[in-house]
Design a protein. Structure first.
Length: 290
């Protein structure tokens, strides 16, 4: 008999949830970056093993919302947590457990239907002693079925984590065909690749102000037309850069990855557009897919 069900990864922004999702699935399905608040939707990855099937739901990092977008993302986290079988609280080994973690652990406790485990991420970035102290402290502040230290970067303990998570699931048949890795639409993945490249290139508040939409995708011709949205006119110039240099760089990095994703040489055309204060405007949010 196999086990199957859903686990969601929750934690503060930037703790490595999406990197871990990709490492477990063995393919990049979620974009990642060194900037907090990279993930903006629930991304599902499917992991099938002899013992069962685990659907990983990677979520946006939980933070105090300062915009309508932030509120919507927190709502998304709440509604997802009410549906999953297992909640995996993620906390990085190289940061002290703080009030943000404490609050989140309390929040998670409200979802009584789900079992809870803790994942300590980025173990490669600390000494053994520090990791041990972190694990002990975590064990003291809350009750988890398991506490698993991992490094997505080094691939440490990933097999063990996958198996432990499956063991927490109810018995049941596979939910997706065995070869499935994600149910993300190709169109959405394309937009996310472009956003990822822009995120790492841009500074200050700009990463938060970015959104990407697809205007046209012609797989036969290998042509992609996408829009990079910013919130203010002044940001438009920054994204375009001197004589278009910034946008060119973002475009060429995105194209390289899209060539691989689509398995063909593609032509990518990016346009920078302004959606005034879109993170706070319900109408604009709707237009951008939130
Ligand atoms: N050293 C180290 N860094 C890691 C590891 N996993 C993730 N990171 C880095 O941590 C940063 C954040 O990673 P993400 O996976 O985007 O984090 P996230 O939790 O999904 O962030 P949000 O989507 O903003 O909530 C990136 O710079 C990653 O390269 C790891 O195992 N070791
Ligand atoms: Mg993420």
């Amino acid at each position: 008999m196999t086990r199957s069900g859903f686990v969601s990864f929750v934690g503060r922004p930037n703790v490595g949830k999406s990197t871990l999702t990709n490492a477990l699935i063995g393919q990049k399905i979620a974009i990642t970056s060194s900037r907090p608040q990279t993930t903006r939707k629930a991304i599902r990855g499917v992991l099938t093993r002899a013992t069962g099937q685990l659907v990983i739901v990677d979520l946006p990092g939980v933070h105090r919302p300062r915009t309508l977008l932030g509120e919507r993302l927190n709502d998304l986290v709440q509604s997802t947590l009410s549906e999953v079988d297992l909640i995996a609280f993620c906390t990085p080994a190289n940061e002290k457990l703080g009030p943000g973690d404490q609050r989140l652990i309390e929040e998670i406790g409200k979802f009584t239907k789900a079992r809870k485990i803790a994942i300590v991420t980025k173990t490669d970035s600390v000494s053994k002693d520090r990791l041990l102290a972190h694990l002990l402290e975590l064990g003291q502040i809350a009750q988890f079925e398991e506490i698993v230290p991992v490094s997505a970067l080094k691939g440490d303990q990933l097999d063990l984590l996958a198996e432990l998570m499956i063991q927490q699931l109810p018995e049941g048949p596979l939910l997706y065909p065995e070869e499935t890795i994600t149910d993300e639409a190709l169109e959405d993945r394309i937009c996310e690749v472009v956003r990822e490249k822009a995120l790492e290139r841009l500074n200050d508040e700009l990463p938060h102000s970015l959104a990407v939409t697809l205007d046209e995708f012609d797989p036969e011709q290998g042509k992609i037309f996408a829009s990079v949205w910013v919130e203010r006119d002044s940001q438009k110039g920054i994204v375009i850069g001197k004589a278009g240099s910034m946008l060119k760089q973002i475009g060429s990095e995105a194209r390289e990855e899209l060539n691989q994703l689509l398995g063909q040489r593609i032509h990518l055309s990016l346009q920078v557009r302004v959606a005034k204060e879109w993170q706070r405007d319900p109408k604009q949010l709707g237009k951008l897919g939130f």
